[in-house]
Design a protein around this ligand. Structure first.
Ligand SMILES: Cc1ncc(COP(=O)(O)O)c(C=O)c1O
Length: 304
């Protein structure tokens, strides 16, 4: 991150180098941060932020789950996000709003701790390297996704990602690109930072809310646009072995966009090449986020 890049901190636009926090902050010690991952795209005439209000709504829902209180309104956060993109003159960027306890008193209690919010952004193109973006080799992790009886998995909270870090690290150490996590009862949930989809014939199957997943905004986008290419969406429990026999598999997420999965646990999927439906959906998704599809422009917020 360039020290001259501007970020939003509690309502002020400041240089990245000036946006400092106490090192003993509760959120660093205990992982109690709440965050979002949002993208802006170059839509030709301007930068546009994809599904901005949906992301800000989820940000506030995540804070509510943890009883984290802020005086900032959703509108102020939306404004702050737009300001960060425009002041830095970014087009293709990844935006990270982050709410945290800006308080260095030791102790787990959060009731009277000050909540701060920052919004940072970085220029961004692709989450996976070019070769991996063509298709991933995945491993079903020995780490399970904690169910919502253990941690509220629908909150996008920093602490949840320790589980993701362990799963990703295990997969990469074993020579794979990414992990797929199952629930404690063995059903497929999602990737460390992506939802998962399976194409079987004309069905697009994805684990439902009862599978303890983050309710992804990309997931919702994919479920909405998939009928345009003749796929019927089904949310249901997915067995691990179904991944091995699927016609096509892919991840969907703000950072990962649509990334094909070509191998799971050494089993080759769709002949080791991205499947036709995945390719069509990836193209349609790309056209959608860059404003090429009229009926989906409603999801874009242009930044003047
Ligand atoms: C665990 C997890 N699942 C799914 C997703 C996909 O969510 P979204 O499409 O809202 O980015 C993400 C990314 O934020 C994630 O971290």
């Amino acid at each position: 991150m360039d020290n001259e890049t501007r970020v939003w901190l509690d309502g002020e636009i400041v240089k990245y180098s000036e946006a400092t926090v106490p090192i003993l902050t509760h959120s660093l010690q205990y992982g109690s941060g709440i965050f979002e991952g949002i993208r802006s795209y170059n839509t030709g005439t301007s930068a546009s932020i994809f599904r901005l209000e949906d992301h800000v709504d989820r940000f506030f829902r995540s804070m509510k789950i943890y009883s984290m209180k802020t005086n900032f309104t959703k509108e102020e956060i939306v404004r702050g996000i737009k300001d960060v993109i425009s002041v830095n003159k970014f087009t293709d960027a990844y935006i990270r709003p982050f709410a945290f306890y800006n308080d260095d008193r030791i102790g787990l209690g959060t009731r009277d701790k000050k909540v701060s919010i920052y919004i940072a952004a970085v220029p961004f193109k692709s989450y996976f390297s070019q070769s991996k973006a063509k298709g991933l080799r995945c491993k079903v992790s020995s780490w399970h996704r904690p169910g919502s009886a253990f941690l509220p998995i629908e909150a996008k909270a920093s602490g949840n990602y320790l589980n993701s870090v362990l799963a990703n690290r295990e997969a990469v150490s074993a020579g794979y690109d990414e992990a797929i996590l199952t629930s404690p009862s063995g059903y497929v949930t999602e990737g460390p930072g992506e939802n998962i989809f399976m194409v079987v014939g004309k069905e697009l199957i994805t684990p439902g809310r009862d599978s303890d997943i983050l309710i992804g905004i990309t997931r919702d986008t994919i479920m909405n646009i998939s009928s345009d290419i003749g796929l019927h969406v089904r949310e249901r429990f997915v067995h691990r072995e179904e991944l091995y026999t699927a016609d096509e598999l892919f991840f969907g997420g703000t950072a990962a966009e649509i990334t094909p999965i070509l191998e799971v646990d050494g089993m080759i999927i769709s002949g080791g090449l991205p499947g036709k439906s995945t390719e069509s959906l990836a193209k349609l998704y790309n056209d959608t986020v860059t404003g090429k599809v009229e009926k989906y422009r409603k999801w874009l917020t242009p930044v003047p």
